[in-house]
Design a protein around this ligand. Structure first.
Ligand code: MN3
Length: 379
């Protein structure tokens, strides 16, 4: 970074996090250079982004007819280029796995938003990061909060408290959960996010994935990570130290803030575009324990985490299929937990799996989940 300009590759640039990362880059044009953009199927938006940021490299996962001067390049190759300083992994699902490993092997700092990368392959990914001495910077608000609380501390944290808003169905009558619509589930009370993570926030499976991520990012045992329902989403997470002291990070609930922190780290820069929290207006902050009976998906995720091996990969793949079926109106909201639970039950665990085994389990799980779903939705 001799020039002081960070050269960035953003994988998943057309998704919710990718677009917000580009907002931050737009706010600090002198600080960043977009060197590579990669998208899935949203070719129209990618074309606009290429036009605006003019990266040397680009990638999209489908055939397209638009012409762009830059070099079309597979993501693994893009992130390994010598002149890349920072790789933002904002892809969804397993698409981020190989590019993350390639970036770490090339010694690149990775800003990670893709949950499945650490959930499905946490042992492999953290081993690569440690082996190459590179940092994984969290983008998710809870992990960004913990990261910020731990900076400057020499002692290991005693416990982590991940906060959860509770989503749209917190305190919703449990007997009526099977009737909720896609619109209701997509209407998150606090956060604006992509569809899959919004549904995962409604089932709270998302919080289970975040527990697993925190376990890997901060090398802390699962049993020392707790979940607190905090409906206002002002405190983004809390670290408890051995002496009983707690540190929390607060901020307006807007993903731009943790994204900017990861992109600009170790600097903090003033950004007038970001909303600010005004505590003088009498905010009431409340906390309560999570009701596992209300959110069976959360329990499934935590159990998969404890079992380890390929269970977390099954969890991710089965959930992705079930959430998609729910979004298509093919299953009920409560079927998501039933289907994911059956997929986990049917799985034969592999301890310490290789990447190839994880990907094979992912494929297999998608098939079995569709079969399970076809039986469930007939009832
Ligand atoms: Mn989060």
């Amino acid at each position: 970074m001799a020039s002081g300009v960070k050269r960035i590759a953003i994988l998943g640039s057309t998704g919710s996090i990718g677009q917000q990362a580009l907002d931050i880059i737009r706010a600090f044009p002198a600080r960043f250079q977009v060197s590579g953009l990669a998208a899935g199927k949203n070719i129209k938006l990618l074309a606009q982004q290429l036009e605006e940021f003019k990266p040397e490299m680009f990638f999209c996962s489908i055939e397209s007819d638009f012409s762009y001067q830059g070099k079309f390049m597979p993501m693994e190759e893009m992130v390994s280029q010598e002149d890349i300083d920072l790789v933002v992994i904002a892809t969804s699902g397993k698409a981020g796995l190989f590019p993350t490993i390639a970036a770490l092997q090339a010694g690149k700092t990775v800003a990670l938003a893709n949950k499945e990368v650490l959930v499905a392959a946490g042992d492999i990914v953290t081993a690569e990061a440690n082996h190459h001495g590179v940092h994984i910077l969290p983008i998710d608000s809870e992990h960004s909060a913990i990261w910020q609380c731990l900076l400057g501390e020499e002692s290991q944290p005693h416990r982590l408290f991940l906060t959860a808003s509770g989503g749209p169905f917190y305190r919703y009558p449990q007997s009526k959960l099977d009737q909720v619509t896609v619109e209701q589930a997509l209407h998150h009370p606090i956060w604006k996010m992509g569809k899959k993570v919004t549904i995962n926030s409604a089932t709270l499976l998302n919080k289970g994935l975040e527990v697993i991520e925190a376990h890997y990012l901060f090398a802390i045992p699962l049993e020392r990570i707790e979940i607190l329902i905090h409906p206002q989403s002002i405190i983004h997470s809390i670290v408890e130290f051995v002496d009983g002291s707690l540190k929390a990070q607060l901020g307006f609930p807007d993903m731009h803030l943790p994204i900017q922190y990861a992109l600009c780290y170790p600097e903090r820069l003033p950004n007038p575009d970001l909303p600010r929290l005004d505590l003088s207006r009498g905010k009431v902050l409340t906390f309560e324990p999570v009701d596992y009976a209300q959110f069976p998906c959360l329990k499934l995720a935590l159990d998969a985490a404890k079992s380890g091996g390929t269970y977390p990969a099954v969890l991710c793949a089965a959930d992705e299929v079930a959430v998609e079926l729910f979004l298509q109106g093919k299953i009920k909201f409560t079927d998501i937990a039933t289907i994911v639970s059956k997929a986990l039950e049917q799985h034969q665990n592999i301890a310490q799996p290789s990447i190839e085994e994880i990907l094979a389990v992912d494929e297999q799980t998608r098939e079995t989940t569709l079969q399970i779903a076809s039986q469930v939705s007939l009832c």
